[in-house]
Design a binder for this molecule. Structure first.
Ligand code: IPE
Ligand code: IPE
Ligand code: MG
Length: 257
């Protein structure tokens, strides 16, 4: 990783202990990037990278759950990803369906609650059905909430919020003076979800690619080196990321004595 880890914390067990002793981020957002390059490096089709990427998810969800993280937001498919070839889009949707079908029972058992960020109406029927089912099954769970961003774009989210606010003003449901940050946040897909404390993007791309633009005003960003592609991410890397986060000084515009 790009930061320095003390030598005595190189082992996962020790690092887990160290991380648990300090405040755990309540909300971690991840831009899981680099699946295609991972596959290309192995002369495999891009979908092999996506498949391996899904494997990593299982471990990441389980460690977040164990650490007591409240929200894990995963960027799985952006509104711009529709620009990819049809066969890749279909493969990504099928992988999502397969993941939910295979994992839902275990996730439910762990108390994980599945939520979706994005426009479900734009999804193929099978994917929409599976997401709705996962949400319904895990609705009352109190553990980690996994927010899967599919067909998600931050600009669309903001414009949709503005339209809905305008509509509510026009029918007298809210007054113009009621519109403030708190009110606005209720109109976003992330309604009720606190802003991310930590955002991780793998594969050395230093951009947000239309993910949670409004919500990340004070989020700590962690961009990995380009050699670390999502299919190679793991528990240890997540712990290292949290350790790095715990050593940052968040000031929110104020000062720390
Ligand atoms: C991220 O990996 C997964 C999705 C966008 C769905 P990519 O498919 O973007 O992989 P690279 O960036 O081409 O390596
Ligand atoms: C962002 O990655 C979207 C997801 C990880 C789902 P992209 O690979 O699509 O982003 P760009 O095109 O490199 O900005
Ligand atoms: Mg990419």
């Amino acid at each position: 990783m790009i930061w320095k880890l003390p030598f005595n914390l190189k082992k996962t067990k020790k690092l887990t202990q160290a991380v648990k002793e300090r405040p755990i981020p309540k909300h971690i957002a991840i831009i899981m990037d680099g699946n295609g390059r991972w596959a290309k490096a192995r002369q495999l089709p891009r979908v092999a990278g996506h498949r391996q990427g899904v494997e990593v998810l299982r471990d990441i969800i389980s460690i977040c759950s164990e650490l007591g993280v409240n929200h894990l937001s995963l960027f799985a498919f952006s509104t711009e990803n529709w620009n990819r070839p049809d066969d890749e889009i279909n493969a990504l949707m099928s992988l999502m369906v397969e993941f939910l079908q295979k994992e839902i029972a275990e996730l439910h058992e762990k108390g994980v609650k599945i939520w979706m960020l994005g426009d479900i109406k734009g999804l193929p029927e099978a994917a929409a059905r599976e997401v709705e089912n996962a949400k319904a099954v895990t609705r009352n769970n109190k553990g980690l909430q996994v927010n899967i961003a599919i067909n998600y774009g931050s600009r669309t989210e903001i414009i949709r919020a503005v339209q809905n606010i305008a509509r509510d003003v026009s029918i007298g449901k809210i007054a113009i003076n009621d519109i403030n940050e708190d009110c606005f946040s209720h109109y976003l897909y992330t309604n009720g979800i606190p802003d991310p404390d930590l955002l991780i993007r793998t594969s050395g791309e230093f951009r947000l690619s239309n993910f949670l633009l409004y919500q990340c005003a004070y989020t700590e960003f962690l961009f990995t080196e380009k050699q670390l592609l999502w299919p190679d991410f793991n528990k240890q890397k997540l712990l290292e990321s949290i350790f790095e986060y715990q050593n940052r000084s968040r000031r929110f515009g104020g000062i720390i004595e």
